[in-house]
Design a protein around this ligand. Structure first.
Ligand SMILES: Cc1ncc(COP(=O)(O)O)c(C=O)c1O
Length: 489
């Protein structure tokens, strides 16, 4: 539990050396594994060795599995850094992550130090922002700490100098974290919100989103509307579809709009360089995939002109601060003031929380953000392929074939009778029974969303795959979900 090993990228295990370390598992977990024909040692090696070979008959899921187990030694070292209850398999990181032991240690030590020396939190946390910013491809003045994604979305949306009639184009799969400030801005400033109906499933590409947003904006403009901003989730929490930021930024720039990304799931999942992406605001959680403490968020704000986005910086006022700069925003590559300091500092903040968040960021930087992204997405792709093999590709709400639309969230219809997915009680019961009736205690969630052409909302189930999972967790989950879907048919 208290391991502090830091695997290096050089720890890559050869495929044929793979063994599954089940020593930390409960006996019930091991029994279930045996029942499925897996187990440490020879039984485990069979399918993996087959997948590692150059077999022409290898399916996509087998190839993905082979890729995953190549690095199993490295990832089991990473798994040892968490204090997770092994009687459960936590696959709802999209709602809540878990602090690794080194992060808990920083939190405990700094909490005590604060108490011992009666320390205050009047600070804009510049040193911490400086430490975290390079991992996100920005400077310290472009990375603010917020209370969470919702708080970041409030900072972004409610700070803009809206005028009555300004239109924000967004989707019908947004989270309340972004929708709530949009509603406030509607009532308070008279903005209008135009929602694009989201496609679901595998039959979509990044180009689909470029067309959807571009066509909607053109249609609104043709009606004489003043489109001012685009706001979208990457990925959406409902289907895990990664709306392609770089592609959507071409629409933003073509129509000279303000760009606001609800990136709740991005920090800790994707290795994005936000300086290169160039959106005005990206609000992410610190407490989900980044595995920092609760009540932490990362808000990236464009604060200078970079090549990635030559548009003027939008006029913006702080709505929650103790530090108000009345300077105009810059028109060139040098900031006129530290906007992230303005956002971060509001009275006395609980500094140990942000010290711990930055400890988690350091851990991610050390492991390699790209390595984590690749692992998370490969695990999720493996799951998506297995779902498609068992339930049929049409069961997926998350796309699987366009790499630009992939995230580590996987959403699908688990029911044998496809219409059952419109039954909210049945969907909730599926989630509850998966946790209660299977020895791994799988923790997943469901979410409801409109589907184009459907008679009622769908209640798909959603699985998060992260760095403490491995291919065997996915195998066991799929077996359990398949078994449960037959029991509930
Ligand atoms: C897309 C999206 N936006 C916002 C939120 C709210 O996150 P937070 O609790 O960090 O405010 C969530 C939470 O799951 C989410 O999935």
């Amino acid at each position: 539990m208290n391991q502090t090993i830091t695997p290096s990228a050089g720890d890559v295990e050869l495929c044929a050396q793979e063994t599954l370390d089940t020593s930390r598992w409960t006996s019930k977990r091991r029994d279930f594994l045996r029942m499925l024909g897996y187990g440490a040692g020879a039984a485990t090696l069979g399918p993996m060795l087959a997948a590692c070979g150059s077999s022409n008959a290898q399916s996509t899921s087998e190839a993905l599995r082979a890729q995953l187990v190549q690095d199993a030694g490295f990832w089991s070292g990473v798994q040892g850094m968490f204090v997770l209850n092994l009687a459960k398999t936590f696959m709802n990181i999209g709602t809540a992550g878990s602090m690794p032991s080194t992060v808990l240690d920083v939190f405990a030590t700094q909490n005590r130090a604060k108490a011992v020396d009666c320390l205050n939190g009047y600070s804009n946390l510049l040193d911490l922002r400086k430490a975290a910013a390079p991992g996100f491809g920005v400077d310290a003045d472009e990375l603010a700490f917020s209370a969470n994604t919702s708080s970041g979305m409030c900072h972004a949306i409610l700070g803009i100098d809206w005028a009555p009639g300004d239109v924000v184009v967004t989707t019908n799969h947004e989270h309340g974290g972004g929708d709530t400030p949009l509603k406030i801005a509607t009532d308070r400033y008279g903005i209008e919100v135009s929602r694009i109906a989201m496609p679901v499933g595998n039959n979509q590409t990044a180009a689909t989103y470029v067309s959807l947003f571009d066509e909607r904006i053109r249609a609104l403009k043709a009606q004489g509307k003043r489109v001012r901003a685009m706001m979208w989730s990457s990925p959406t929490y409902k289907t895990g579809t990664m709306l392609p930021i770089a592609d959507l930024m071409t629409v933003v720039k073509a129509h000279q709009l303000i760009s606001i990304v609800d990136g709740a799931h991005l920090p800790g999942m994707m290795a994005y360089n936000y300086g290169d992406l160039g959106m005005d605001f990206m609000s992410g959680a610190g407490h989900k995939w980044q595995c920092g403490p609760g009540s932490t968020g990362i808000l990236i704000v464009r604060n200078k002109i970079r090549a990635s986005n030559p548009l003027p910086l939008p006029k913006w006022f702080p709505i929650h601060t103790s530090s108000y700069s009345q300077l105009e925003r810059t028109t060139n590559g040098t900031e006129t003031y530290d906007i992230a300091a303005t956002i971060t500092s509001c009275g006395s903040v609980h500094t140990p929380m942000f010290m711990s968040l930055v400890q988690a960021c350091k851990m991610w930087d050390e492991i390699g953000r790209k390595k984590i992204e690749t692992y998370d997405i490969t695990l999720a792709s493996y799951l998506k392929e297995k779902v498609a093999e068992r339930w049929g590709v049409d069961a997926l709400y998350s796309p699987k074939d366009d790499p630009k639309l992939l995230s580590a969230l996987t959403s699908f219809n688990p029911f044998q009778n496809k219409a059952d997915v419109m039954n909210s009680q049945k969907s909730s019961s599926f989630v509850a029974r998966l946790a209660a009736e299977y020895p791994q205690g799988f923790v997943i969630r469901n979410s409801n969303f409109p589907v184009i052409g459907a008679a009622a909302e769908h209640y798909g189930v959603r699985v998060s795959t992260h760095l403490w999972h491995d291919a065997t967790d996915v195998d066991l989950l799929v077996e359990a979900m398949w078994d449960l879907s037959k029991k509930m048919a």
